[in-house]
Design a protein around this ligand. Structure first.
Ligand code: PMP
Length: 429
């Protein structure tokens, strides 16, 4: 009989498990007896005490509206809000704080670009390039822009292994291409896309590049200048910060030339009865009262990630993901979607012949394991893979090998329970 080599884990690559003590929400028992195993981090992460404490301090001591009031609390809030912008700038290597626009999340940032930059620059017959693996957030806004403008939407295809077929890019790019919008990491396949290379080629063709960095900024060190990105969007809630806060990075020259998007308070310089002049960057794109405390807490989340070191976070997740990838393949009939471990970030999506992904997620939940099931807002990708749904386990800095072991054990049990009667397990040890 074939001797299978058991996957092992290199503990020297992991972060200390004591780090979990920082996350009160992880210390709970669900369904009366099962310690919570939280493997739904690609959807949203949890917050450490250090971030929760900052939120509490802001609301207990410092909170007031920013930029407008000439009083102590408003000054404190404004100072901390702008400090958070500076932390974001440094974290992603942007040149100036004016290039950092606070939004409500990745979706809002991409829509801002599609509406403001898109409506001003994309005309009938122009071309927009996306990929087959995009989240609906980086697809539907471009479909809407194509509908409004008469532009043509093109897709970089993927291989069966979940990698972009980059050879097609040179034929897809033409003098009519206005923008290439691509995810740096797929939220389903985990593929790390070569965004620097894509950006270089797009620029050579005269197109601008938007990067959907929702799944990369929280996990992989990011430098917008090294990538050469024109726009890059991400969400706070996927990197230990609250919901309702996100970031759009845009090169100053582009943001400056773009018309204001949402109109209202804060985004104006002067208003008359019949017209207005827009404020300077970044206020021009921050209409209305912004998410003040969430932005300050995003700054605290960045402090926390920097303390741990993003390179350590990345190594930890990569090791866990490789281990999960290899161990899940022990389950007979399980199919992992996408790239091999060395080309992917910390998540694994899979299917079983039986049962349906939603049932797998529910059965895992009964044992305290939180995963996500469905099409993960990537319907065209699931069509391409000829599957209706998948189950996704996604890791962050607080996950452990013991949690991966439990996941594999319970998935194995589910597989056995739903195996058609009379069918023997194939091969294996
Ligand atoms: N893009 C990708 C790749 C994502 O994974 C997500 C979140 N699942 C989004 C965009 C949208 O992020 P948000 O819902 O925070 O706007």
């Amino acid at each position: 009989m074939l001797e299978l080599k058991s996957p092992t884990i290199d503990r020297s690559k992991l972060l200390p498990a004591s780090l979990r003590d920082d996350f009160p929400i992880l210390q709970q028992i669900v369904h009366d007896e099962h310690p919570l195993v939280f493997l739904d981090n690609a959807a949203s992460t949890q917050r450490p005490r250090q971030v929760i404490e900052v939120l509490r301090r802001v609301y207990e001591r410092d909170y007031a509206n920013v930029h407008r009031g000439i009083h102590t609390l408003s000054e404190r809030s404004t100072e901390q809000y702008e400090e958070a912008r500076e932390k974001v700038r440094a974290f992603i290597g942007a040149e100036k704080p004016t290039e950092i626009v606070f939004t409500s999340g990745t979706t809002a940032g991409i829509n801002l670009v599609a509406r403001s930059w898109g409506d001003a620059n994309v005309k009938a017959g122009d071309e927009i390039i996306v990929t087959t693996m995009e989240h609906h957030s980086n697809l539907v806004p471009w479909q809407q822009l194509a509908e409004r403008s008469g532009a043509v939407l093109k897709h970089i295809p993927i291989t069966d292994d979940g990698l972009l077929v980059l050879d097609t890019l040179d034929t897809l790019l033409t003098e009519r291409t206005k923008i290439v919008a691509v995810a740096s990491v797929s939220n389903v396949l985990g593929t790390i896309n070569p965004v620097t290379e894509i950006t270089r080629r797009a620029h050579a063709a005269g197109a601008v590049v938007l990067i959907d960095a929702a799944q990369s900024v929280p996990h992989l060190a990011t430098n917008v200048r090294e990538i050469g990105a024109d726009f890059l969007a991400f969400s706070g809630h996927k990197m230990l910060a609250p919901t309702g806060i996100g970031v759009l990075f845009g090169r100053e020259e582009l943001l400056d030339a773009m018309p204001a998007f949402l109109g209202g308070g804060s985004m104006i310089n002067r208003v008359w009865e019949d017209r207005f002049t827009p404020a300077e960057l970044p206020a021009k794109f921050e209409a209305g009262t912004p998410p003040i405390a969430p932005a300050i807490a995003l700054g605290a989340a960045i402090d926390y990630l920097k303390l741990i070191g993003l390179e350590n976070v990345q190594r930890h997740e990569h090791e866990l993901c490789r281990y999960a990838y290899e161990r899940l393949l022990e389950v007979d009939g399980l199919r992992i979607l996408g790239a091999p471990p060395d080309r992917r970030a910390g998540l694994v999506s899979f299917t079983l012949p039986e049962p349906h992904a939603h049932d797998i997620a529910q059965l895992l939940d009964e044992r305290g394991i939180a995963v996500r099931a469905g099409h993960h807002c990537t319907w065209p990708l699931h069509d391409r893979l000829k599957i209706a749904a998948s189950t996704r386990a996604s890791f962050y800095l607080y996950n452990t090998p013991a949690e991966v072991d439990l996941l594999v054990e319970v998935v194995g049990e589910i597989r056995e329970r739903f195996r058609p009667k009379g069918r023997k397990r194939r091969g294996g040890s």
